[in-house]
Ligand binder design. Structure first.
Ligand SMILES: Nc1ncnc2c1ncn2[C@@H]1O[C@H](COP(=O)(O)OP(=O)(O)OP(=O)(O)O)[C@@H](O)[C@H]1O
Ligand SMILES: [Mg+2]
Length: 260
């Protein structure tokens, strides 16, 4: 569904610049919950931001459902952004808008009439378990509730892909588990392909069916979650496992033992 071919991204000019992605080739299948693991600065956010063209690749291609989107601009780009939702660690909600108006925002952008967009937003708030909170402001919600609003907003334009950049990193363990459960439900019931960036091995292990490990801008290992954790090949993954063991006393603490 998402085919990334020979993707490179250099920030700054070619000579003095920093090569954040180096010849990345990766396939993410329809219906996957795909994990991107790697240490800080490895290039995870850059990779994911290239998928919806929040970053412009320096070279290489990104195709979605067989269509090369790399050069998209204008209306095509707007349509792409609608079909690829994104959520972040800090939720990125509009503080001056109510919950309902946060979710209707992308629908306003595409000119959907008010009654229809309100109806769609209320439906989505029901899906994410926030019925009854539509007139609150973000500051009146918990972190987990705010992330649920962000998820509803990301899905508003009937997104088929959802990108999650450390979406649970600011949440406590119990809330993390409930957000991961919601992502699983959205994947299962709405057929949304989900890409999850995380530095928490427990998050990757508990929800992802496939994982790629990135190090220094290169994919150093990829495979099913079971394969990777049973037999890690790359130095990068071994280090992540070792770090997790040092922090938690063992390699893969249960989700209730790690602040993800
Ligand atoms: N806008 C930018 N301008 C210049 N360099 C950047 C920019 N964004 C990221 N970088 C650099 O590119 C590299 C990859 O950054 P990226 O944000 O993709 O890493 P990451 O794996 O998401 O890290 P973290 O886990 O800390 O979020 C880093 O060395 C970073 O300093
Ligand atoms: Mg990042």
């Amino acid at each position: 569904m998402i085919s990334i071919r020979n993707l490179s991204k250099t920030y700054g000019d070619a000579e003095g610049g920093h090569r954040a992605l180096d010849d990345v080739t990766l396939d993410i299948g329809r219906g996957d919950i795909f994990g991107i693991l790697g240490s800080s600065g490895a290039g995870k956010s850059t990779l994911v931001r290239c998928i919806n063209l929040l970053e412009t690749p320096t070279s290489g291609t990104i195709s979605i459902d067989g269509v090369d989107v790399t050069g998209y601009a204008g209306r095509d780009l707007a349509r792409l952004r609608g079909s690829v939702g994104m959520i972040f660690q800090n939720f990125s909600l509009f503080q001056q808008r109510t919950v309902l108006r946060n979710v209707t925002f992308p629908l306003e952008l595409v000119g959907m009439p008010k009654p229809e967009r309100d109806r769609r937003a209320l439906e989505l708030l029901d899906v994410v378990g926030l019925s009854g909170l539509s007139e609150r402001y973000p500051s009146q919600l918990s972190g987990g509730q705010q992330q649920r609003v962000a998820i509803a907003r990301a899905l508003a334009n009937r997104a088929k892909i959802m990108l999650c950049d450390e979406a649970t990193s600011a949440l406590d363990t119990k809330t993390t588990v409930s957000i991961l459960e919601l992502l699983r439900k959205i994947n299962r019931e709405m057929g949304v392909t989900i890409v999850i960036i995380t530095h928490a091995l427990t998050v990757a292990e508990s929800v992802c069916n496939r994982i790629a490990v990135i190090d220094g801008g290169r994919i150093v290992e990829q495979g099913t979650t079971e394969e990777l954790f049973a037999n890690p090949q790359s130095q990068a993954l071994r280090e992540l496992i070792e770090n997790s063991r040092q922090v938690h006393g063992r390699a893969f603490p249960a989700p209730d033992q790690e602040g993800c």
